[in-house]
Design a protein. Structure first.
Ligand code: 3IO
Length: 376
């Protein structure tokens, strides 16, 4: 506080700027008691003045209330699907709450990076964050079961299955946050600089993949290299990896088609995502705003799934037209051969997850049932 300097000496001092000797003499002239009293008065004045400030907005009419600002962190670049769904959600929430809420979006890892998303939101570094569960596979054991090879056919079905699974099991991994929505990618395919026409071509090939998708590649004899999606751009350029294993819309959104002129169609597993909110920030929201956000949960999952499925088709056409990417189809005999290699993955999940005291078999059975239900 600056009250000390503001209220001190009415004497301008010496014109040459030197400190007058009488200044030092004058201080002791004031009694200790006087000094204490004026000090006390100044402190009280400050306390009263600052104490008033919080009262002002409360007495102002609600129409002039500032909107609640929420910072929403995302890890990949703005044109990619996690950020497209983020902007759609922002628009919906801002419109439906009639300006009560302002969402600031941070794509490209500018607020929180890929692997620090969950902990950053728990700590309140961002109010909201979008995360790919594959980057911390041991952390999201229940929901990562959706990236087992169980036959999720597309992103719309995957997104509904994932969200229902979360709602049913309420996994511990999300207990510290409010879940805003969940969704998945479309099924994964091999995108590579060299053609992959057989398991022989795949043997020992360095391909970027994370989580459940990495386990699939390993079962086929490839060499999965784990890293978040945004790091893949440089890894491909430098030749650290020869390709990647993910949903095909990245061929367009990350321009991977420029370096990866081959795609082998496997349509195997999805990558699961979650959008989470800091619990204290959630609890601080007015009930009507909470309702808008809650009512958007399923709709946003469905919207994102549909967007992803449509965008994959568009990206495939774009890759063919722009970079003459060859899409390699496996024969039926190859499909059976490749699929047979994946059976141990589900078995291994059941064993590992049961050992953790989780109802692994029920989780897998539920995923199968949900796939059937949402595929109709
Ligand atoms: C993905 C992640 C970030 C941006 C676009 C994306 N498309 C598919 C994914 C899934 C994925 O490979 C991952 O690492 O989460």
């Amino acid at each position: 506080m600056t009250t000390e300097t503001a209220t001190t000496d009415p004497d301008p001092g010496e014109p040459d700027g030197t400190v007058p000797a009488r200044c030092q003499q004058r201080e002791p002239a004031k009694t200790k008691e006087e000094d204490m009293r004026s000090r006390f008065a100044r402190i009280m004045a400050a306390v009263l003045l600052f104490g008033m400030i919080p009262l002002l907005p409360a007495s102002a009419p609600p129409a002039s209330a500032e909107p609640v600002t929420l910072n929403y962190a995302n890890f990949p670049p703005a044109p990619t699907f996690p950020c497209v769904q983020m902007e759609r959600w922002k628009t919906e929430v801002e419109q439906q709450t009639g300006g009560k809420v302002k969402i600031n979006t941070f794509p490209g890892g500018t607020l929180l990076g890929a692997k620090e998303m969950m902990d950053g939101v728990i700590a309140g570094q961002a109010e909201i964050g979008c995360l790919s569960m594959a980057y911390q596979p041991g952390r999201f054991v229940v929901t990562n079961a959706t990236s087992l090879p169980l036959g999720i056919p597309n992103a719309r079905v995957g997104s509904r299955v994932l969200l229902d699974l979360y709602e049913k099991y309420q996994p511990e991994a999300f207990s510290q946050v409010k879940v805003i929505t969940m969704f998945t990618t479309a099924p994964t395919n091999i995108m590579s600089k060299v053609p992959v026409r057989s398991l022989d071509d795949l043997k020992g090939l360095d391909l970027r993949a994370s989580g459940g998708a990495a386990r699939i590649l390993a079962a086929w004899g490839a060499n999965p290299v784990g890293m978040p999606m945004p790091a893949t751009v440089e890894a491909l350029q430098k030749g650290v990896v020869k390709g990647l294993y993910s949903s095909l819309e990245v061929m367009k959104d990350f321009k991977f088609a420029e370096t990866c002129r081959y795609a082998t169609v496997t349509d195997t597993v999805i990558y699961p995502f979650a959008v989470v909110m800091n619990m204290a920030a959630w609890k601080a929201l007015p009930a009507d705003v909470q309702k808008v956000i809650d009512d958007l949960k399923v709709e946003q999952a469905e919207w994102t799934g549909n967007y992803m499925d449509g965008h994959v088709k568009e990206a495939v056409q774009w890759s063919k037209a722009t970079y003459q990417v060859e899409f390699i189809e496996l024969s039926d005999a190859q499909k059976s051969e490749w699929n047979a290699l994946l059976n141990p993955i589900v078995e291994q999940y059941l064993q590992e997850t049961s050992a953790k005291g989780l109802p692994a078999q029920a989780i897998v059975d539920d995923i199968r049932d949900l796939i059937t239900r949402y595929s109709r």
